[in-house]
Design a protein around this ligand. Sequence first.
Ligand SMILES: C[S@@+](CC[C@H](N)C(=O)[O-])C[C@H]1O[C@@H](n2cnc3c(N)ncnc32)[C@H](O)[C@@H]1O
Length: 229
Amino acid sequence: MQDTTQLNKSKLGTKQYWDDFYAVERKNFKANEEDTGECWFDDNDAEQKMVDFLSDNIEQYSIESGSSMIDLGTGNGHLLFELAENDFAGPMLGVDYSEESVQFANEIAQSRGLSSTITFEQADIFSDDWSPGEFDIVLDKGTLDAIALSGLQIGNKSVVECYSTVVEKLLKDGGVFLITSCNFTQEELTKIIETDNLKVWETVDYPVFEFGGVKGTPICTIAFVKGVL
Ligand SMILES: C[S@@+](CC[C@H](N)C(=O)[O-])C[C@H]1O[C@@H](n2cnc3c(N)ncnc32)[C@H](O)[C@@H]1O
């Protein structure tokens, strides 16, 4: 049977694409500080759903208003800014391998007076010498989707197969991993992420569409918990 967790390569899986993308967004922001760039999956209200999920589940597992958080492939950092504006006050780190993204997110943080609470760092999350420590909450909005389009391998494994090891390393025991994807179904995402130590806890609902007799959602958000289920 075909392995549907391996996607075809695309330019969206290259660092060059994201550097160029965020260079343009930085220019737009310089011209107009209201323009903080693309909010991925805005049509599906995904960012709001992720923020609401965490707000609605305060005191579940590691979720507290003071939880430490890391956002993988943070882009313009919008998700972290939104969380900070929704009373999450713990230390937040946004990481992205695009220097342009990190500079852009820092510029937005400065303009919003949030640079003391939210830090942005340039790193490839698969790099062996990147070890930012452990966090209560790990976030991903659209980043695994981009990673899956890179077609890259680490040793004899695809980066998609290596992804859950990265997430596990970054999570404290009892920590929560919240991910939104538009390229994978719930079943595929579960297959990619779940390990003996990282299990599905909850899924977030989206409107269901029916086409040609097949029902589905164009996007999914899943919360996983490390070590306790
Ligand atoms: C679809 S964008 C999503 C950006 C952001 N999460 C959002 O929702 O707006 C994917 C992001 O992942 C970043 N990225 C892709 N591969 C990465 C890697 N190996 N390490 C760090 N960041 C990566 C890209 O630079 C880009 O910012």
